[in-house]
Design a binder for this molecule. Structure first.
Ligand SMILES: [Zn+2]
Ligand SMILES: [Zn+2]
Length: 379
């Protein structure tokens, strides 16, 4: 390898977080490899170099011990521990894939046995009240399903399925490719039988021999009470059909919770602001605060200060895992009257003239007051 500069951070190369799981690392590498594979990326002279870099990064991060060494000591630590990446010795990129993904593991789907179906994702939106009570929503999505006409085998019913002539039933062909490492022989999936080794003498007219076809599905999905924005619900087996004999993929329902301008959600708690006219804050009184289901009476004690919080227990969101419901925190937004009339101005003037130090004294220290004033400003 002729690279002279310091090797890049393998996490950065694969584009994964430092706490990425084994699965995530494998997935990231597989995606990169697909993109950079010289067979598909002949136009980019740097693809080969980038591919090697990705393979090196993967070799470090896929080995728990090596990864731990790298995490603690970096590339230096790996070198002094005797590890030197050496992909020139592999001979072919096809071999690389075999090494990483097991025999026959071409990145283009060459594998033994029928493939299971892919997952499908569909998005739904609920409002905050639905998120609090739970809701049943209908989702509609396109998914591939088994063709009923041919029962998934791709042949018109009553017609034979024959051994593929092109590959002699192997499902694979040998292909000679020119690579940066020289000529190499690679096995590729037979395009006539798509790897089955068998083809229908008369392809099914419903699915044109594919055994599967896309159909719009609708499904009622229960969104559980307490769901948060961005969470997803997995419905196993509701994704695309697999090849004959293989399981279906899953359906992922991505839930977004519409913003409700009256509330801010903080875990299971809800926060709302209540406008309190300054005189009422001074005298005390009852006001209606917004709740999820409507309104609730809130007793505002006399002498209430801006930013004080009155907690309505159990009026927040339910917990997804069950257990205690969250609270509704009502923040006192004391409003100083504006645009006073002549009469109001005079009334407040008279009040102002009577105020004594006793009226203005609080139980808080100067420091606590400052802190609270700053907090209110930030809110
Ligand atoms: Zn069919
Ligand atoms: Zn074939």
């Amino acid at each position: 390898m002729s690279r002279t500069s310091t090797p890049r951070d393998p996490y950065e190369v694969l584009g994964v977080q430092r706490d990425a799981s084994e699965q995530q690392i494998k997935k990231a590498f597989r995606a990169l490899a697909r993109e950079l594979h010289p067979d598909v990326n002949a136009h980019d002279p740097q693809a080969e170099e980038k591919f090697k870099e990705a393979a090196e990064a993967y070799e470090i991060l896929s080995d728990a011990e090596r990864r731990a060494t790298y995490d603690r000591y970096g590339h230096e630590g790996l070198r002094s521990g005797g590890y030197a990446p050496n992909f020139d010795g592999f001979g072919s990129i096809g071999d690389l894939f075999d090494t990483f993904f097991g025999g026959g593991g071409s990145p283009f789907g060459g594998r033994a046995g029928p493939a299971s179906g892919d997952d499908v994702a569909v998005a739904v939106e609920v409002d905050l009240l639905q998120a609090a009570t739970g809701a049943r929503v209908e989702v509609s999505y396109e998914a591939v399903e088994r063709c009923e006409h041919c029962r998934g085998n791709g042949a018109e019913p009553g017609t034979p399925i024959e051994t593929c002539e092109r590959c002699g039933g192997n499902g694979q062909l040998q292909a000679v490719t020119r690579t940066p490492f020289g000529q190499m022989v690679r096995r590729v999936i037979c395009e006539s039988c798509h790897g089955d080794g068998r083809v229908a003498a008369q392809p099914c007219h419903e699915c044109r021999g594919r055994g599967r076809k896309a159909r719009r599905q609708t499904l009622e999905v229960d969104v559980p009470a307490g769901i948060a924005d961005g969470q997803r619900i997995r419905l196993s087996g509701h994704g695309h059909a697999g090849e004959a004999g293989a399981p279906e993929g899953d359906l992922y329902v991505l839930v977004s919770v519409r913003e409700d301008e009256r509330f801010v959600r903080e875990g299971e708690d809800l926060i709302t602001a209540l406008d309190v006219p300054a005189p009422l804050a001074a005298l005390g009184g009852t006001l209606q605060a917004a709740t999820l289901q409507g309104t609730a009476a809130v007793e505002v004690p006399h002498g209430t200060q801006p930013g004080e919080v009155i907690t309505l227990r159990g009026q927040g969101m339910p917990s997804l895992r069950g257990g205690r419901r969250g609270d509704l925190r009502v923040v006192m937004n004391v409003v100083i009257p504006r645009r006073l009339s002549e009469e109001q101005r005079e009334l407040i003037g008279r009040l102002q003239a009577t105020l004594t130090e006793e009226n203005m004294r609080s139980d808080e220290s100067m420091f606590a007051k400052l802190r609270r004033a700053l907090r209110n400003q930030a809110a």
